[in-house]
Ligand binder design. Sequence first.
Ligand code: FAD
Length: 377
Amino acid sequence: MKHRVVILGAGFGGLELATVLSEALAADVDVTLIDKSDAFVFGYSKLDVMFGRTTLDAVRLAYRDISKSGVRFLQETVTEIDPEARRVTTDGGVHEADSLVVALGADYDLDATPGLVEGGNEFYSVAGAAQLGEVLRTFSKGRAIVGVCGAPFKCPPAPSECALLLHDYLSARGVRDDCEISFVIPFGTPVPPSPDTSRALVSAFAEREIEFVAGRRVSSLDPARRVAVLDDGNEMPYDLFLGVPKHRAPDVVVASGMTEDGYVPVSPETLQTRFPGVHAIGDVATLGVPKAGVFAEGAARVVAASLIAGIRGGEQPASYDGRGSCYIEFGAGRVGRVDVDFLSGPKPTGTYHEPSAALVAEKRQFGSSRRSRWFNR
Ligand SMILES: Cc1cc2nc3c(=O)[nH]c(=O)nc-3n(C[C@H](O)[C@H](O)[C@H](O)COP(=O)(O)OP(=O)(O)OC[C@H]3O[C@@H](n4cnc5c(N)ncnc54)[C@H](O)[C@@H]3O)c2cc1C
């Protein structure tokens, strides 16, 4: 019988893992890739949709287009995970695995920030970003706050990008002078591992008169008074709130008993959980790296290499290196990059590459290469 790999979640991590396994083992593996959605959307596309740079239809990559030897995609919702038995229950049936990989990402806990649902908006889900795009069209006066409601959160540079792109959006509509933009983030700097990147972002905020409030988290909103309450008790009035909601592991993962302190602990070298034959990759895992697609992808490659070595025989792969590059939109069509290394030294480090035309092209290539690799498009 072929080795049965069940991958839960077809995001950055799950898609890359299924692709590498298919390329290396097509005839010798039976991969089941499960996701509740019908399409994948790149995280950064949410900003593009929100600011009217593209449409939702244009950025949705339908899972029905996945055509990989040895891989079967199922659109089902995972309702129960038994990591000891490596058995998964979904709304479509029960799936038994020889190797189980949990790649279910991070969910949003909107209720953790009182007032957010009634009086604010979030731009971290596809639906939230699309809806905020509608709200933005009618915003032409007053104070907008881009506010982070909890850490860790996905793609640490994304809220900075949101503030800068909001400046562009309001300028293009000719209403920037009637609006204020404030940006609240719980870190001391926008991208803590890279002082150079942080300096460049802070000076971009200053040039655009974006108020930068560092080291503070938005703990609640009072919709009646239209104030955001920070974790030190200070209040900031707002007319429009663009929030990064508090994150948490999906409920089904928490209920499985795999989590500690909110996420799934794994070996940083192998991504192995404490359950034999069960790995966790990407945002759902606690690994000491940021929650970003590039890190989920890197982890997927290590797990793939380990499974391939196990099935074919051979050396186990080198440890996961915790390195990745993130592109950063500075506005006005400018794109920079930060290369971060989280695991090799005593402290994370980051190298800044200032915006250039080459990086605009590189970011485009980043998306198109994954699109063709994962979806043959
Ligand atoms: C605004 C924004 C901008 C970003 N920009 C970047 C960027 O430029 N570069 C970058 O590297 N990262 C970026 N990210 C972060 C990136 O999107 C995530 O970190 C990445 O998608 C994590 O990959 P993952 O595989 O762990 O989880 P995900 O990609 O989130 O995939 C998890 C999958 O699990 C599925 N799922 C969840 N629960 C269930 C269930 N019960 N049953 C079935 N399926 C389920 C979900 O539908 C989802 O498809 C950005 C994120 C945001 C919000």
